[in-house]
Design a protein around this ligand. Structure first.
Ligand code: SF4
Ligand code: SF4
Length: 463
């Protein structure tokens, strides 16, 4: 039987559980350090990558840009077109499969360390702590009657949050409109309607999600928390309380026969979602590991081994041996295999991706015409799509009928990442060939690399 916890401790825990807003206690430790390392890493990449430039053909452009107006995605030297939607789909499938694999291995690890909701909540909470003080000071401030000092602190906090939210929105939109053009347009109040909409929407979204909603998003809004359980198996490592070791818990250590949990409640106080991990696996747990850091410190203080709360699987907690190989972990094997297959498909697509695409359109005005020399001519429009990030020169040839040739120029220059429609006239000797629609083919070859070539079937009308 558990001994009853002291009234003071009980009241303290209730305070954390029942008050509307969770003010988590700060804790240091390896998981907290890892969390902040990832906050820094993700934010340096997010806020910084839109400022990178890429030199291309003597001019400079933003290295990462989703140019929606021109239907192109620039990723350093790679230019992706709507025709590359398959690659983008593969990237999304890869990301989802990677997430499933991580979840099968270690639960909601992504939620605890990389999810933007967690990352921005950590940043906004850090700002709150700098302005309002530690968790107890924040609780006291929230419960204190209105005063000039309270108003000032709240105003400063919300002001800083608003600035961070606005800068986040500017950075986000800066991946769609070159950020070096966006900033002057904002300063001069010249942003377009879509940019203005997304700036306001994304700033408000960040402010509400990270500043006001916080853990409520993880608890009530995130769909992933609801179906993540289907990816778990008994070998999935989650943040877990070792009940066998911890119980019976007691405010005073009982020596032989007693558990290691001293019911201090610190693991609850540090939890950003306000749950008690000792109640077992809960969908609100984001696997951030902060309760592990807290409990490890408590264990060190009382001279007990660390790891009363730790990343452990159901199987490990039950004392069963770890499975050998992937045979005992079917979900991990399946997700790992899918990840490999989709990675190979993506790699194969990139390796085989042609940097030249061609559309051949027959001139609809006249099927054919006869020249003074008695030759038959058909007119075509060739849409040459240079998917490369460099200017290219292409040579056009035609085959399929005896004496078939191109009239006029057969070489065309196309600017980087551009579609150029060109008019091509094809001529065949008249009289020698029976009338009708005959199959022919255009062959377009890049001058710089004969391996970059496209063969497009078409037809030739003979009167
Ligand atoms: S921090 Fe550790 S010792 Fe304290 S209540 Fe939580 S599990 Fe028990
Ligand atoms: S229970 Fe522990 S791991 Fe889960 S959210 Fe709370 S602090 Fe993080």
């Amino acid at each position: 039987m558990n001994k009853p916890v002291s009234k003071v401790r009980e009241a303290k825990l209730e305070l954390y559980r029942k008050q509307g807003k969770i003010h988590a206690r700060a804790v240091d430790g390896r998981f907290n350090r890892l969390r902040w390392a990832l906050v820094w890493l993700t934010q340096i990449v997010f806020y910084g990558a839109c400022w990178l430039s890429w030199e291309s053909n003597g001019s400079s452009r933003q290295a990462i840009l989703f140019d929606i107006a021109h239907e192109k995605l620039y990723l350093f030297g790679l230019v992706l077109w709507p025709q590359d939607a398959l690659l983008l789909a593969l990237v999304l499938i890869l990301a989802a499969t990677g997430l499933f694999l991580v979840t099968a291995l270690a639960g909601r690890l992504f939620c605890g360390f990389l999810c933007p909701q967690t990352v921005y909540t950590a940043i906004f909470t850090w700002i709150e702590a700098k302005v309002e003080g530690d968790h107890l000071a924040r609780l006291k401030l929230d419960r204190s009657p209105p005063s000039a000092g309270k108003l000032l602190r709240k105003a400063v906090k919300h002001g800083i949050w608003a600035v961070v939210a606005l800068w986040t929105a500017i950075t986000f939109v800066g991946y769609f409109t070159p950020i070096r053009e966006l900033l002057p347009s904002i300063a001069g109040l010249r942003t377009g309607p879509w940019e203005a909409f997304w700036l306001i929407f994304y700033a408000a979204f960040t402010y509400v999600q990270a500043g006001l909603a916080r853990e409520a998003v993880c608890q009530h809004m995130c769909p992933y928390s609801r179906f993540q359980g289907v990816m778990f198996d008994p070998t999935t490592a989650n943040v877990a309380y070792d009940r066998q070791r911890g119980e019976p818990r007691s405010a005073r250590r009982q020596g032989a026969g007693g558990g290691d949990c001293i019911d201090c409640g610190i693991c609850v106080e540090v939890c950003p979602t306000g749950i008690d991990i000792r109640d077992g696996l809960q969908y609100q747990c984001i696997n951030c590991g902060l309760c592990i850091d807290a409990c490890d410190q408590v264990m060190e203080r009382i001279g007990a081994p660390r790891g009363l709360i730790r990343f452990a699987s159901e199987r490990e907690l039950a004392g069963a041996p770890a499975p050998q190989g992937l045979g005992g972990r079917p979900r991990v094997a399946v997700y790992g295999a899918l990840l490999l297959v989709f990675s190979l498909l993506g790699g194969g697509y990139l390796a085989e991706r042609s940097l030249l695409l061609v559309d051949v359109l027959r001139d609809r005005g006249a099927l054919s015409r006869e020249t003074a020399e008695g030759r038959i001519e058909n007119a075509y429009t060739l849409k040459l799509m240079n998917l490369d990030d460099a200017p290219r020169q292409y040579r056009v040839a035609v085959s399929g009928l005896p004496g078939l040739e191109i009239v006029g120029s057969d070489q065309f220059a196309v600017a980087p990442a551009t579609i150029r429609p060109v008019s091509v006239t094809v001529s065949a000797p008249g009289g020698a060939l029976p009338s009708g629609i005959r199959p022919i083919a255009f062959e377009i070859v890049a001058e710089h690399d004969p391996a970059t070539r496209v063969r497009e079937p078409s037809s030739f009308a003979l009167p």
